[in-house]
Write a protein that binds this ligand. Structure first.
Ligand SMILES: Cc1cc2nc3c(=O)[nH]c(=O)nc-3n(C[C@H](O)[C@H](O)[C@H](O)COP(=O)(O)OP(=O)(O)OC[C@H]3O[C@@H](n4cnc5c(N)ncnc54)[C@H](O)[C@@H]3O)c2cc1C
Length: 361
C-alpha cells in the first residue's frame, strides 16, 4: 500500500493533521492501535474556551471551526476554578472552559477528517521505520512520501527518528465518579499529588476525577494515591485509566527529513496545567497545512517547525520553566504553602495561563 501521508495515531493531533491534508486532496492514511478511537479515556476532559486559549496563546492564529464543538460532546460549561493548597489555602480563579465527553470527542475529530477523505485503520500498530519511505506495521508494510508521528507521549516514531525525548513526564491516573459535583473545576495541590495536582472536573451527573504526579516526588503507586483522594471526598471512582504527560516543554526539533512530530509526541503540552488537547489540534492543523503545501510544490516541511514555534512556543516554554522552578516548592507542604501565599491568586493565574511568573521574585 502507498499513500502520500501516513499518520501514526488518531488522537486530536493525528485527526487534525489528517483532516487538513485530505481537505487539500492528497491521500492520507491514519493508523491507530486502539480498537475504539477515544477509549480508554486517559484525560481530565477539560478544554478551555477559544477566548481563554487566545489569552494563553496570544500569537496563535484564527481557529476557524477548530473549536466549534457539537453540543452533544459538551458535558458541562464551567467558569471558575477552585485552587486548593495545603493548610487550608484556597483561591478562586475565573476561567471559562468546558468538560468534554472525550470518548466521543476524539471520534468526532476523526469523523471530521474522514468527511474530507482521510482513511483510518484501527487496531493497527506502528512498529518501526524500515526506511525513510516504508513503515513496518502490524498490518504489513506501508509506503509513504511523508510520515507524521502523532502517537502520543511515548512516541515510537520519535524514537525511530532519534529526535530528543521529553526530559520530564508526569504519571497520571483518571476515572469517573457518579454524583453531582457542582459547577466548578477543583484543583488540589500538595501531598495528595506530590509534584502535580489532583482534580475534580464536573460533568452532567458525574465528574472526571484524577491526579498527576512525578516519580521523583512520590514512590507510592498512583492507585494508592487516587484511592486516598477518593476516600477523603467519599467518592466512588470507576473506569480508571493511566497515562503520561510530557511536562518539560516541547522537544527542540520536531521535523526530520520527510517526518514530523505533533501533539504529545512533540511534547506540545502546557506544563503548568497538563493541558494538551487544544495544543495538539492547533499544531495538527499547522502540520497538515505545511505538508499539503509541500505536496503542492510550495514551501518545505521544516516550515512546520518554524510556524508552530512562531505561534505557540513562547507560552509553552514559560510553562515548562515555571513548572521546573515550581518543583522545588512541591517538595514539602510547607514550601508549597509559602509559594502559593507569595504568588497569590495573580501569580497562580499567571502560572496556569503559561505567563512568566518567577521573574516576580
Ligand atoms: C490522565 C491525563 C489527564 C489529562 N487531562 C487533560 C485535560 O483535562 N485537558 C487537556 O487538554 N489535556 C489533558 N491531558 C493531555 C491530553 O490528553 C493530551 O495532550 C492529548 O491527548 C494529546 O493528543 P495527541 O493526539 O498528541 O496524543 P494522544 O491523544 O495520546 O493520541 C495518540 C494516539 O496514538 C495511538 N498510538 C500510540 N502509539 C501507537 C503505535 N505505535 N501505533 C499506532 N497507534 C499508536 C494511541 O492509541 C492514541 O490513539 C491529559 C493527559 C492525561 C494522561
Amino acid at each position: 500500500m502507498k499513500v502520500d501521508v501516513l499518520v501514526i495515531g488518531a488522537g486530536p493531533a493525528g485527526s487534525s493533521t489528517a483532516r487538513e491534508i485530505a481537505e487539500s486532496g492528497f491521500s492520507v492514511l491514519a493508523i491507530d492501535r486502539r480498537k475504539e478511537i477515544g477509549f480508554p479515556v486517559q484525560c481530565g476532559e477539560f478544554l478551555p474556551t477559544p477566548d481563554e486559549l487566545r489569552r494563553i496563546l496570544p500569537r496563535s492564529e484564527d481557529y476557524g471551526d477548530l473549536f466549534e464543538i457539537e453540543p452533544r460532546l459538551v458535558e458541562r460549561e464551567t467558569s471558575l476554578i477552585e485552587l486548593y493548597g495545603p493548610f487550608g489555602i484556597r483561591y478562586d480563579m475565573e476561567f471559562s472552559g468546558l468538560t468534554l465527553n472525550r470518548r466521543e470527542f476524539d471520534k468526532s475529530l476523526w469523523g471530521r477528517a474522514e468527511k474530507t477523505g482521510a482513511t483510518l485503520e484501527k487496531e493497527t500498530e506502528f512498529f518501526e521505520l524500515k526506511s525513510d519511505r516504508v513503515a513496518m506495521t502490524s498490518a504489513g508494510d506501508i509506503e509513504f512520501d511523508y510520515i507524521v508521528g502523532a502517537d502520543g507521549p511515548l512516541s515510537r516514531v520519535r524514537k525511530c527518528l532519534s529526535l530528543s525525548e521529553p526530559s520530564a513526564m508526569s504519571q497520571a491516573v483518571t476515572g469517573q465518579a457518579r454524583g453531582d459535583f457542582g459547577e466548578n473545576v477543583r484543583m488540589y495541590f500538595g501531598s495528595i499529588a506530590p509534584g502535580g495536582y489532583a482534580w475534580v472536573i464536573p460533568k452532567r451527573a458525574s465528574a472526571n476525577v484524577g491526579l498527576g504526579t512525578q516519580k521523583e516526588f512520590c514512590k507510592e503507586p498512583l492507585s494508592d494515591l487516587i484511592k486516598r483522594f477518593a476516600e477523603g471526598f467519599e467518592m466512588n471512582i470507576e473506569e480508571f485509566a493511566y497515562g503520561q504527560v510530557p511536562i518539560s516543554g516541547p522537544i527542540k526539533r520536531t521535523v526530520s527529513g520527510n517526518a514530523l512530530l505533533v501533539g504529545d509526541a512533540a511534547g506540545q503540552v502546557m506544563a503548568t496545567n497538563g493541558g494538551g488537547i487544544p495544543i495538539a489540534m492547533i499544531c495538527g492543523r499547522i502540520a497538515g497545512r505545511c505538508i499539503a503545501n509541500v505536496l503542492r510544490g510550495k514551501g518545505r516541511i521544516s516550515d512546520y517547525d518554524t510556524e508552530w514555534k512562531r505561534q505557540i512556543l513562547s507560552p509553552l516554554k514559560n510553562a515548562a520553566r515555571t513548572k521546573a522552578i515550581a518543583d522545588y516548592f512541591f517538595a514539602t507542604n510547607r514550601r508549597l504553602k509559602f509559594a502559593m501565599k507569595t504568588l497569590g491568586l495573580n501569580g497562580l493565574e499567571r502560572a496556569i495561563l503559561c505567563k512568566r511568573v518567577f521573574y516576580l521574585f
